[in-house]
Design a protein around this ligand. Structure first.
Ligand code: C2E
Ligand code: MG
Ligand code: MG
Length: 540
């Protein structure tokens, strides 16, 4: 009996002992398999005396090897859990950066519209749709009018806000399935698919123009912009991306030339004027090689008529048969075909060399050279100017740049810094045809300039036209208060001259003094007039 009781007790004790030993092991095994199956490293094994206390009374009191094993395991799991957390964090950050990069790669940061990259993909998709389903589409190239003016007057920040608002208005105007992107600068593009006929496209272009008509209010400034839109249609105008873009771009330029703020479809057939243009274009290409491009000089004089202070270089195209073509008839064409850069460089070098010979003999003689918008956009303009001066050994003080206000508005390089740099070198900057362009006060004060030339359309109406008189008086006053020199262009009569003298205009230029003449004659004029009064000489 005793033996039996003893055996039962021993067996109870043994089973209890086994429990005490195996329980923590079982718990540890369970935790381990949970960790390995679920990857939850935060799960912890129970160590007696610390959590749950399953063996407080047993042999495996947490001080034994199993307890030690559990502790080491917990430590390891804890470490892994921390590493897992930071890995998750890193992954989250990486995903965020990836999303941001993809946003930057496909969207424009200013307007949040798709960018040029997305546009290229979109037009490729549209071309594939055309190839398989014959689904035609239209490409609308949009270039803003006067954006540069807003940017320069109110600053880049307001310019950016304007672009963003324009983007919003465009999106609102279009259907969901239409695609609009910003290509950069003030250029936008729209792709319209699934349309019945071109009148639908005209309607969209009209809606875009109307949407931009309402002024924009941006941080207290009121801004007005228009747009010139060029339209090309696939398949009529092209079946590949490059052709379509080129045709839309050329239609857009036609819209600009037709007075801006309108839209034009690409036209394939050449009109008679275009054919004529092509023939002039071919001749103009050869004109430079054949020495048919000649520089004339028109004196700029003190209004008192005493001295010639300098000349304006005016280009002429003199054909071999003797016909003289005035710049108004070929400068625009030369600009369009890019030839203006070569012609301009030729005028620049010729004028610099000529002026150096005058500067050797006469004090403070300068020559003003006209620069057009296209030349201003040309990257090498600064080096062209400095090379011309260096080669001619002409001081920058004997050289002036003549530009119109629109040249400053239109161009994409930072005109302000560019002009600042020229002025610092001692080159004069003259604003041509003043009064016919924007003539905004804030504009004229924000650009570094040294001289204003009053447009001859005002001078021609002096002294009787009250409005012209008021404008000329105001411009002279403005120039004085801004410490700028002022020249009146196109003085033809003594009355005009007297009126300008009374208004205290400093300098003048016009047929009354001399027409633009070849260099040899200009030298003669200097020899005669810079020793005697020009007017008294003329009177005699
Ligand atoms: P602009 O710079 O305003 O030049 C003045 C124009 O007025 C010249 O015409 C000149 O001959 C003309 N003019 C001068 N005095 C009188 C006058 O008393 N009465 C009248 N009615 N006209 C007068 P031009 O030489 O035909 O030049 C026309 C325009 O072509 C110039 O206007 C200028 O903008 C541009 N141009 C001339 N040469 C160049 C050049 O080398 N490069 C560039 N980019 N443009 C040039
Ligand atoms: Mg000029
Ligand atoms: Mg002028």
């Amino acid at each position: 009996m005793i033996g039996l009781i003893g055996a039962v007790l021993v067996s109870v004790a043994l089973s209890r002992l086994q429990n005490i030993i195996t329980q923590p092991l079982k718990s540890l095994t369970e935790t381990m398999s949970k960790v390995s199956q679920t990857g939850t490293f935060s799960a912890q094994a129970i160590v007696s005396g610390q959590r749950g206390d399953i063996s407080a009374r047993g042999i495996a009191s947490g001080q034994d090897e199993i307890g030690e094993l559990a502790r080491v395991f917990n430590h390891m799991a804890g470490e892994l859990s921390q590493r897992d957390d930071s890995l998750q964090q890193e992954l989250k950050e990486r995903r965020r950066i990836e999303a941001k990069l993809s946003q930057i790669a496909h969207f424009d940061t200013i307007t949040n519209l798709p960018n040029r990259h997305s546009f290229n993909s979109q037009i490729d998709r549209a071309l594939i749709n055309y190839k398989y389903d014959l689904e035609k589409f239209a490409l609308l190239y949009i270039d803003l009018d006067n954006f540069k003016y807003v940017n320069d007057t109110f600053g880049h920040h307001v310019g950016d806000l304007l672009l963003a608002s324009i983007g919003e208005r465009m999106v609102k105007t279009l259907r969901k399935e239409d695609f609009v992107a910003r290509l950069g600068g003030d250029e936008f593009v729209i792709i319209i698919s699934a349309f019945a006929d071109t009148s639908q496209i005209s309607a969209v272009a009209e809606k875009i123009l109307a949407a931009l008509q309402t002024p924009f209010f941006l941080e207290g400034h009121e801004a007005f912009v228009g747009a010139s839109i060029g339209i090309a249609i696939c398949p009529q105008n092209g079946k590949d991306s490059e052709t379509l873009q080129r045709q839309a771009d050329s239609a857009m330029y036609r819209a600009k030339n037709l007075g801006k703020n309108n839209f034009q479809f690409y036209k394939d057939e050449l009109s008679r004027t275009q054919k004529n243009r092509i023939s002039i274009e071919a001749q103009l290409h050869r004109a430079l090689e054949r020495d048919e491009i000649v520089v004339y000089y028109q004196p700029i004089v003190e209004i008192t008529g005493k001295n010639i202070i300098g000349f304006e270089a005016l280009v002429r195209w003199i054909k071999k048969d003797g016909t003289v073509i005035r710049p108004d008839e070929f400068i625009t064409l030369a600009e369009e075909i890019g030839l203006i850069v070569d012609i301009g460089r030729y005028v620049l070098n010729t004028a610099a060399t000529q002026t150096a010979t005058w500067a050797d003999r006469f004090d403070h003689i300068f020559t003003a050279v006209n620069f057009s918008s296209r030349q201003f956009k040309h990257n090498d303009l600064a080096s062209d100017i400095f090379n011309a001066l260096k080669n001619a050994r002409l001081q920058p003080g004997n050289f002036e740049m003549e530009i119109t206000e629109s040249v400053l508005m239109d161009n994409s390089i930072d005109s302000k810094n560019f002009l600042d740099m020229l002025i610092k070198q001692g080159i004069g900057i003259s604003i041509d045809d003043f009064g016919t362009g924007y003539s905004s006060l804030s504009y004229i004060t924000s650009f570094p300039i040294t001289k204003i030339k009053i447009d001859f359309s005002f001078v021609a109406k002096l002294p009787h036209d009250k409005n012209a008189l008021a404008v000329v008086t105001a411009i002279i006053g403005l120039a004085k208060s801004l410490n700028l020199k002022v020249v009146s262009e196109g003085i033809e009569t003594i009355e005009q001259l007297e009126c300008l003298a009374k208004l205290d205009c400093q300098y003048g230029q016009g047929y009354l003094f001399s027409k633009p003449v070849p260099a040899v004659e200009a030298t003669k004029l200097l020899e005669i007039f810079n020793t005697q009064s020009m007017l008294s000489n003329r009177a005699s």
